[in-house]
Design a binder for this molecule. Sequence first.
Ligand code: PGA
Length: 249
Amino acid sequence: MSNETRHLIAGNWKMNGALQEAKDFMDAFGQNPSPDHVEIALMPPFTLLHSMSDRLASMGIMLGAQNVYNEDKGAFTGSICPLMLRDAGCHYVILGHSERRSIIGESNAKIRSKMNASWLHGLEPILCIGETLEQRENGVTNIILAEQLAILKGAPKGAPLTVAYEPVWAIGTGKTASTEQVTETHAFVHQELQRLGHDCRVLYGGSVNPGNAEELMSCPGVEGALVGGASLKADSFMDIVNATVKAVS
Ligand code: PGA
């Protein structure tokens, strides 16, 4: 289990949110109700990072980005480098999200090079891993997760890292893994991480909502959530935070 004892509730806004929606969210959200038990982070699109940064900091909410490029600077039209994210106040960066793996075609090797670039500039990657429904049904979930985690081989010891286990079939579908599946898979992920010398906090992601958060956040080996759809509205995101506080305190 990781040294970080607090659960992390991270909101991934994906390609959603304009300036007015960001303001409305921050007006409605309020402060972290229990910083001793829960850390909160938000990953809005790149265009909102600078404008949300100071206000989120004053609310005790960490800032993160949804992606980064693996080079420092130069002729890479359309890309954003780690320094730019640091400049905007980011601590976290999501890497290896299944939507980027499947839609953009990001490989494990590319994800590792983005991790290296992130570490060089003090960003903490949230490395997303997860199996498809077909892979789960074929009984190869652990093989797939081990392959995705194998990119951590040779990574600098003690480099800041969070892992998010997100079954692909549970993302944006309203389906969540059962508590047995979550407990079993998180135990495997922790075991693999330990073997690789990088045990760290492991989040669960995939249709987390105010109704299932307390149960999911109570599962052994689950140390937070990566929340998509339910993080877009201040009240549902806060309900997930409160459910987590209840689960862990
Ligand atoms: P979801 O997304 O909560 O909308 O299922 C989770 C994610 O993609 O990180």
